[in-house]
Design a protein around this ligand. Structure first.
Ligand code: GUN
Length: 295
C-alpha cells in the first residue's frame, strides 16, 4: 500500500480562504480588523522563520499585524512590560511570544502575563484548564491544526487507538487530551509515549492513528507501525542546508519507508506546519470576534 498524502498545505489554504472572507465581513460590518502581534526575542533561525511565516500569513488575510523584534538580552521585566502594553492595546486582539525564550527569562511568567482573552497560542493556564474540561477557549494551534486535518480528511477518530509520541505542553499533552474528549475529532482511546516509555514499538504498532512530536529526526521507522496506520508527523528537524543556504527539513518519521505501510501520512514540510499557522489566524479572528460580542 502507498499512503494517501494528507496535504496540510492544501487544507490550510481552504481554511485561509474562509478566514479571508470572515475578515472582510468583520471589517465591513463592524469596522474591526483582527490585530496580531508576534514578539520575537533574539535571532534563533527556526524562530525567525516561523515568525516570518506567521506575519506573512496575517498580512495576506488582511490583519493588522505587528512584528516586534527584541534583542536576546532583553530583561524579563522589560518583556513583561511589553506584553502589558499589548494587553492594553485595543488594536491588538492576539499576542504571540515565540518560544523558546533565552534562559534568563522564565517562560511560564511570560505566558501568565498574557491576557487570556488575547492568548491566541492557547498556552495560558486559564485556556489550558478550559480546554481540559471542554469549555470554549483558544485551542493550542498545532493540536487544533491536527484535529482539523483529521476531520477534513474524513479520518474516523471515534473508537480509534491513538498513540501520541511526545509529552510537551505545546503538542503531546494537548493533542492527547483533545482526542479523548467527546467531540468531533475525538472519542479515541489514547496512549502517550515519551522518553521513559519502556517499549515504544509495542505501543506504536497498535496505533490506528499515530501522532509523532518527538523532536528527533526519523525516530519512527517502518517496523514500528502497522499496515494501514494514519500518521501525523509534527517534527520539523533541520538536517542540513542546500548550497543556496536554505534549510533541509525532515520529520520525526521515516517518511519514505513508512508511507509504504500507512493508509495516510502527512509530509514534512507541507503537513502540520501550515495548519499550525492557520489555526493561529483562526484564533486571532475568534479573539477579534469576542471583542465585538462584548461591546
Ligand atoms: N515554538 C514552537 N511552537 C510554538 C508555538 O506554537 N507557539 C509559540 N509561541 N512558540 C512556539
Amino acid at each position: 500500500m502507498s499512503a494517501k498524502i494528507i496535504s496540510g498545505k492544501e487544507i490550510a489554504q481552504q481554511i485561509r480562504e474562509e478566514l479571508k472572507k470572515e475578515v472582510e465581513e468583520m471589517k465591513a460590518s463592524y469596522g474591526i480588523t483582527p490585530g496580531l502581534v508576534t514578539i520575537l526575542v533574539g535571532e534563533n533561525p527556526a524562530s525567525v522563520s516561523y515568525v516570518t511565516a506567521k506575519q506573512r500569513t496575517a498580512h495576506e488575510l488582511g490583519f493588522y499585524s505587528v512584528q516586534d523584534n527584541q534583542p536576546e538580552d532583553i530583561s524579563e521585566e522589560a518583556l513583561l512590560e511589553l506584553i502589558d502594553k499589548y494587553n492594553k492595546d485595543e488594536k491588538i486582539h492576539g499576542i504571540l511570544v515565540q518560544l523558546p525564550l533565552p534562559k534568563h527569562i522564565d517562560e511560564s511568567k511570560v505566558i501568565y502575563a498574557i491576557d487570556p482573552n488575547k492568548d491566541v497560542d492557547g498556552f495560558h493556564p486559564v485556556n489550558v484548564g478550559k480546554m481540559v474540561i471542554g469549555e470554549p477557549c483558544f485551542l493550542p494551534c498545532t493540536p487544533h491544526g491536527i484535529l482539523e486535518m483529521l476531520i477534513r480528511s474524513g479520518i474516523e477518530t471515534s473508537g480509534a487507538e491513538v498513540v501520541v509520541v511526545g509529552r510537551s505542553n505545546i503538542v503531546g499533552k494537548p493533542i492527547a487530551n483533545l482526542m479523548l474528549q467527546k467531540r468531533e475529532g475525538g472519542n479515541a482511546t489514547v496512549t502517550i509515549c515519551h522518553t521513559r516509555t519502556k517499549d515504544m514499538a509495542f505501543h506504536t504498532k497498535r496505533a490506528d492513528i499515530l501522532i509523532v512530536a518527538a523532536g528527533r529526526p526519523k525516530v519512527i521507522t517502518a517496523d514500528m507501525v502497522k499496515e494501514g496506520v494514519v500518521v501525523i508527523d509534527v517534527g520539523v528537524n533541520r538536517i542540513g542546508k542546500t548550497p543556496e543556504g536554505k534549510a533541509i527539513l525532515c520529520g520525526d518519521v521515516d517518511f519514505d519507508a513508512v508511507k509504504e505501510k500507512a493508509s495516510a501520512i502527512t509530509p514534512v514540510p507541507g503537513g502540520v506546519g501550515p495548519m499550525t499557522i492557520t489555526m493561529l489566524m483562526k484564533n486571532t479572528v475568534q479573539a477579534a470576534r469576542q471583542t465585538i460580542e462584548k461591546s
